[in-house]
Write a protein that binds this ligand. Structure first.
Ligand SMILES: *[C@@H]1O[C@H](CO)[C@@H](O)[C@H](O)[C@H]1NC(C)=O
Ligand SMILES: *[C@@H]1O[C@H](CO)[C@@H](O)[C@H](O)[C@H]1NC(C)=O
Ligand SMILES: *[C@@H]1O[C@H](CO)[C@@H](O)[C@H](O)[C@H]1NC(C)=O
Ligand SMILES: *[C@@H]1O[C@H](CO)[C@@H](O)[C@H](O)[C@H]1NC(C)=O
Ligand SMILES: *[C@@H]1O[C@H](CO)[C@@H](O)[C@H](O)[C@H]1NC(C)=O
Ligand SMILES: *[C@@H]1O[C@H](CO)[C@@H](O)[C@H](O)[C@H]1NC(C)=O
Ligand SMILES: *[C@@H]1O[C@H](CO)[C@@H](O)[C@H](O)[C@H]1NC(C)=O
Length: 501
């Protein structure tokens, strides 16, 4: 027995030796409003200079996905999709309540896959959507106790839309994300020696809550955004010829005490008072800088522990956010601003000089990419019905972009958003190609078939990004776009399998 024990120890030791760790960083509701994303291709020209030195530094040694798209622009559906590597029509997660293992299948998640491969898998903060939607953080994904910040509820329940907190208050009632960063540092210290000796690599997932509402951040962050640097969007109106079904009223924002007191209303072409829009934008930018500073703290510790050169670091925000563009707020739409989100992947020895790609990519691509980067067995492509398949992917590994960032991987990328109209379930399917965004809103069957009925449409949208990067004009009914509309419609209905090159 002893000999077998020794042999298996040596095998494990050799097996793990030199394997790369993973630090998996997540932000909530963070659109790609980061210094590293600014450029000719970023849709809004009206923005302050962002103060995000830490994420910019990480981007500078990463594969920076400048055009990565989430599969559904709201928390649990997006996270579940990324974490299982499958799309909402496979996970069957379209809301913040259902749990994928109940309604989708017993799918292997990213942290679970690393755990199965001998990693210490530790999670903290918001990785899965908490509570029922993940059966409390999907216990099977981790092999160490899960951590939530003790003060989370206090600050989450804050009744105002934003709060700049002073140091005295922060000392009395620490901000959750600060507690999460401190916990991440302790965890890294604990797993460092086994990782460095080659005994056991780690997968450490750190999920920050900001810049999600309420925008709570240290008041020192405001210094980076003097009031005269903050501007109104130049398109505070719904797109011309937008179908109603495309719209979302973000009542979660107007129900905040401060906005309610001022009787701020939400609706198509109901624009917030200027000062409210400016204040919310300034607070959102500040909350991004706060998150950036905490990412910096965790990254510094990785350096201090001598782990940087052997740890893959991924960073993503779960979807975009509308900051008054189109008069629209929050996420929960199929617009560019809601579906486009930040993603970057640092792989030591491979991306150190920084690689920027403009290729279209999707959040379902992260799972196969991390598996390949860490040299785990590659994931097979999911069959059409993968209900009974534990491990598979509906995205592709992004590693070819490291060798050549202009490798075309996909002709189009796909997102979706459900609505209810005429007492009927509707699913908005949207697709981004290099030049266009095209969306159809068919009737949707729901369970058990989960199928669109393309013959019953509640709306069609076509935005021409060559001339209209802000998506201000829906061209779906323009006769001059009839041909392109027809071919985009075919491409959308053919779906993601046909769009992979
Ligand atoms: C789900 O799959 C995992 C392996 O990934 C297995 O350990 C577990 O028992 C399965 N659960 C159910 C309910 O089948
Ligand atoms: C800090 O903020 C609290 C709560 O708003 C306030 O009561 C307190 O006076 C502030 N302290 C300082 C030093 O500004
Ligand atoms: C919203 O305003 C824009 C710009 O004024 C206008 O073109 C559009 O038709 C309006 N939409 C609705 C639904 O009123
Ligand atoms: C919400 O949006 C719809 C359009 O989808 C609009 O008709 C309605 O008046 C809005 N409701 C509120 C409460 O603003
Ligand atoms: C990583 O850095 C440590 C010291 O910080 C060094 O001992 C080790 O050789 C480096 N490993 C690689 C793979 O560069
Ligand atoms: C997928 O397969 C499962 C069982 O393997 C079956 O119960 C389910 O009905 C299938 N779904 C569809 C849409 O065919
Ligand atoms: C939804 O209901 C409205 C009003 O009753 C009707 O005009 C419209 O055609 C219906 N839409 C669909 C796709 O059935």
């Amino acid at each position: 027995m002893k000999l077998i024990g020794l042999i298996s120890f040596l095998l494990t030791f050799n097996f793990n030796y030199g394997r790369k760790n993973v630090l998996f960083l997540v932000a909530d509701d963070m659109r790609p409003e980061l210094g590293c994303y600014y450029g000719d291709d970023f849709p809004s020209k009206i923005h302050p200079e962002m103060h995000t030195p830490n994420l910019d530094a990480l981007a500078g040694k990463s594969l920076l996905l400048k055009r990565a798209y989430v599969q559904q622009a709201v928390c649990s559906p997006s996270r579940t999709s990324l974490l299982t590597g499958r799309r909402p029509d496979t996970t069957h997660i379209y809301d913040l309540f259902h749990y994928f293992r109940d309604v989708g299948g017993n799918f292997t998640t990213i942290p679970e896959y690393f755990k199965m491969n001998g990693y210490t898998s530790v999670g903290m903060g918001k990785i899965f959507h908490p509570g029922h939607a993940s059966n409390n953080d999907d216990p099977i994904s981790w092999n160490m106790p899960y951590f939530h910040a003790p003060n989370e509820a206090y600050w989450t329940n804050n009744k105002n839309s934003w709060v700049a907190v002073n140091e005295t208050t922060m000392n009395e009632k620490p901000l959750p994300d600060a507690q999460i960063a401190d916990h991440a540092i302790k965890v890294l210290q604990n797993v460092a020696s086994d990782a460095k000796s080659g005994k056991k690599p780690f997968f450490v997932a750190v999920g920050f809550h900001k810049p999600h509402l309420p925008f709570v951040f240290p008041d020192t962050m405001l210094q980076y955004y003097p009031t005269d640097s903050i501007h109104l969007p130049d398109n505070e109106y719904a797109p011309v010829n937008m179908p109603d079904v495309a719209w979302n009223n973000c009542t979660g924002l107007t129900s905040k005490r401060d906005l309610k007191q001022k009787k701020v209303e939400m609706g198509i072409n109901v624009t917030f008072p200027n000062q409210i829009t400016l204040d919310l934008r300034r607070a959102y930018y500040s909350a991004i800088s706060w998150t950036d500073s905490l990412v910096g703290k965790v990254m510094d510790e990785l350096d201090n522990l001598g782990l940087s050169n052997n740890t893959i670091v991924s960073f993503w925000g779960d979807h975009g956010w509308q900051l008054g563009e189109h008069g629209e707020w929050c996420k929960q739409t199929n617009f560019e601003l809601a579906t486009h989100a930040p993603m970057m992947i640092h792989i030591p020895g491979m991306t150190d000089g920084g690689i920027v790609t403009e290729q279209l990519t999707e959040f379902v691509d992260l799972f196969p990419t991390l598996a390949e980067a860490a040299e785990l067995s590659p994931l097979p492509l999911c069959p059409v019905n993968s209900t009974k398949v534990g491990l598979c992917r509906e995205g592709i590994s992004l590693m070819p972009l490291i060798k050549n960032p202009s490798t075309p991987l996909k002709e189009a990328v796909f997102s979706q958003y459900p609505r209810s109209r005429n007492r009927t379930s509707v699913m908005g399917y949207t697709m981004r190609t290099d030049k266009y965004r095209y969306t159809e809103w068919p009737k949707f069957s729901g369970a058990p078939a989960y199928e669109p009925d393309w013959n019953i449409l509640f709306g069609i949208e076509l935005y021409d990004h060559q001339t209209d990067p802000e998506e201000n004009y829906n061209r779906a009914m323009d006769s001059s776009y009839a041909t392109i509309r027809q071919s985009l419609s075919q491409q959308l209905r053919a779906g993601w399998r046909k769009a992979t090159l």
